[in-house]
Design a protein around this ligand. Structure first.
Ligand code: SF4
Length: 289
């Protein structure tokens, strides 16, 4: 099954944050519509697939729209959106990205994420959170120290478990070991890096996993699909409608319950004291004491 790749020009690229993200940032920014990791492991439970406005009925992972003028649209909206954000939300903070991955393989061809980051060197937000599922984040390692001179940059790398496979589901877009190594490389380069264990999947060796994160990252954020997938009332209904829960149940049924998250949080706090966040508070950079 191929991927339909198309090119568009958008009117705006900065979306004022609502819902889960409202506590995290003032805006989200998606250089692409769709995500070509949608057929990888993270795509199985990805909450974006339920957004019909975004998918327009196309199968998740089967399309990618490149927003060719992403950087120009950022530049054009910068002054207005920064003014609004500072007034309404306290600061101009950008989450890149919440419904795509800024480092999909097609970024090699389009370079849209890079163009936006270069625009941010000239016109920096107050905070930039780069959120990714892949070691490809290292491709722009040359830019991050320069960005850090202009803005509070934080890189979030999603690593939901120490397992690369769950039964019946595809492999991840980027192996766990490579993502952990990417975190370590960023940290060594002085780039603040947070491992986001979200949504939390069954962990085979929890103590060793969190110990490794403690070495490779500045902090860890843990979130369960219950309360974390944007379902009404925090029920987790969106994820429960996907193939993910059955795969989790075949490995560790206890991981389907919120109590599993609490156990993992307690262990992580032992190994990373003061560096553990939970749910959207954690995504916002607020950690438990
Ligand atoms: S990388 Fe993110 S947006 Fe893309 S499929 Fe995975 S979870 Fe969804």
């Amino acid at each position: 099954m191929g991927v339909q790749v198309s090119e568009v020009r958008v009117r705006s690229i900065l979306t004022r944050a609502g819902g889960y993200l409202r506590a995290v940032c003032s805006h989200s920014l998606q250089p692409y519509r769709g995500c070509t990791f949608g057929r990888a492991l993270c795509g199985a439970g990805c909450y974006v697939q339920h957004n019909r406005w975004l998918t327009r009925g196309a199968p998740w992972g089967g399309f990618l729209e490149a927003r060719l003028n992403a950087a120009a649209a950022y530049r054009a909206a910068y002054t207005r959106e920064r003014r609004w954000a500072r007034r309404a939300r306290g600061s101009f903070s950008v989450f890149m990205s919440s419904s795509t991955d800024p480092f999909v393989p097609q970024e090699d061809r389009f370079g849209l994420t890079r163009q936006v980051l270069e625009a941010m060197l000239e016109l920096p937000p107050d905070l930039l959170i780069l959120q990714t599922h892949t070691h490809r984040v290292l491709r722009y390692l040359d830019l991050y120290p320069r960005l850090l001179e202009r803005t509070a940059l934080r890189v979030h790398i999603s690593i939901e478990s120490d397992r690369d496979r769950l039964p019946g589901l595809p492999p991840p877009a980027s192996p766990v070991a490579r993502r952990l190594e990417a975190a370590r490389t960023l940290k060594q380069a002085g780039v603040p890096v947070v491992v986001t264990v979200a949504p939390l999947l069954p962990i085979e060796r929890p103590r060793a996993f969190f110990q490794r994160i403690a070495e490779c990252a500045d902090a860890v954020v843990i979130d369960h699909f219950i309360g974390g997938d944007g379902s009404p009332g925090g029920s987790g209904a969106r994820t429960l409608a996907t193939a993910l829960p059955a795969a989790i149940a075949r490995v560790a049924p206890a991981a389907l319950e919120l109590r599993y998250r609490d156990r993992m949080v307690a262990l992580a706090r032992e190994l990373l004291p003061g560096r553990v966040g939970v749910g959207c508070e954690g995504f916002a950079g607020r950690y438990l004491p």
